[in-house]
Design a protein around this ligand. Structure first.
Ligand code: UDP
Ligand code: MG
Length: 325
């Protein structure tokens, strides 16, 4: 053994149907990793307040000599919080792999991640989805493009489009993530923010075989709003710029109206155009105020400094020894 350790971190929310297959495939891949890279692999599962038997299935499973940590949240806190808890728990390992439980992230790809981490010294290796269209439909793909455009106006770091949470991160990467104090954690953004040397690998996303995605259109919209307001103030700047453009336009138009009235026939009095303008600018102002409110709401949330999650159970298994904490 080279003595290097790898923790596989899996957030689990109502995944009882896939867990048996996931556990089999994880076990197989962990054996391969030990043979090929002399890695000691451990698992960390975070049950994000599942209402099905996910936690009892994990708790009853025989992991043999493999070190396993089972965390259970006191309620559903969301995938981002679950990932944060997993990274906190994994930080003593040399690297962690973050993956979904639903088998849309093929465990077999971990081998490729590990090879690039060990051979090329990458700090993080991530999978990015190649064709979003086939698996998600055009609307979702277009929305995602707009999202990445807004968020990547920033010049200092980029969030690669299509990159998801399926990735390997090494110890210093984990340390950097753990040092970020915000309680609202949009992980895909944080990975980009911390920097380091990151390598992307293409992945054709598999179709979810059991259950349904817990992220419907409305939930995605709200996540998008959260992500944008926590990662960039570009919309605020766009608001100000729109204000400047509209003000300049009104100034020029105002002058035109004055000159027209003084020296020419005067402006025809059309109530329709006035009403349209009032309605239009009223609408624009409401949108901008709402956006401003989002940012203020975000600061209020963060000012409370609440922890991102609360643990109900924390079970550590090192082979046959079980210690409850
Ligand atoms: N998940 C979670 N908490 C949630 C929703 C999802 O921990 O509130 C987990 C879920 O069990 C899965 C992963 O996050 O392991 C991705 O969830 P899902 O497949 O629903 O999302 P998608 O694949 O559509 O991004
Ligand atoms: Mg999924």
């Amino acid at each position: 053994m080279t003595g290097k350790t790898l923790s596989i971190v899996v957030p689990v929310y109502n995944e009882a149907a896939v867990l048996p297959e996931l556990l089999d495939r994880l076990e197989a891949i962990s054996g391969n990793l030990a043979d090929e890279f002399k890695l000691a692999v451990g698992f960390i599962f975070i049950d994000d307040g599942s209402s099905d038997d996910s936690f009892s299935i994990l708790n009853a499973h025989d992991f043999g000599p493999r070190p396993v940590r089972l965390l259970q949240f006191s309620r559903n806190f969301g995938k981002e919080a679950a990932l944060s808890a997993g990274i906190d728990a994994a930080r003593s390992a040399d690297a962690a792999v973050l993956m979904d439980a639903d088998l849309q992230h093929p465990p077999e790809m971990i081998t490729k991640f590990v090879r690039i981490w060990l051979d090329e010294g990458a700090d993080s290796v991530y999978a990015y989805k190649v064709s979003r269209h086939s698996s998600e439909g055009y609307l979702k793909a277009a929305a995602s493009r707009v999202f990445f455009w807004v968020i990547n106006r920033n010049i200092r770091y980029k969030i690669p489009p299509g990159a998801g949470d399926f990735r390997l991160i090494n110890r210093r990467f984990m340390k950097a993530l753990c040092s970020l104090p915000e309680s609202d954690r949009f992980m895909k953004g944080l990975y980009g923010w911390v920097g380091f040397r990151q390598v992307g690998l293409p992945l054709a996303p598999a179709v979810r075989e059991h259950g349904t995605s817990s992220f419907g259109a409305l939930r995605l919209l709200s996540i998008t709003m959260d992500a944008i307001t926590s990662f960039t103030t570009t919309p605020l700047r766009l608001m100000a710029m729109a204000g400047i453009v509209i003000a300049m336009f009104s100034l020029v138009y105002g002058l035109y109206v004055v000159i027209e009235t003084l020296f020419f026939t005067g402006v025809a009095n059309g109530i329709a155009s006035v009403l349209t303008l009032i309605a239009f600018f009223g609408g624009v102002q409401m949108i901008f105020l709402g956006l401003l409110g989002e940012y203020i709401g975000k600061s209020v949330q963060e000012a409370k400094k609440r922890p991102p999650y609360i643990l109900a159970e924390d079970i550590s298994r090192k082979g046959d020894v079980v210690e409850d904490r």
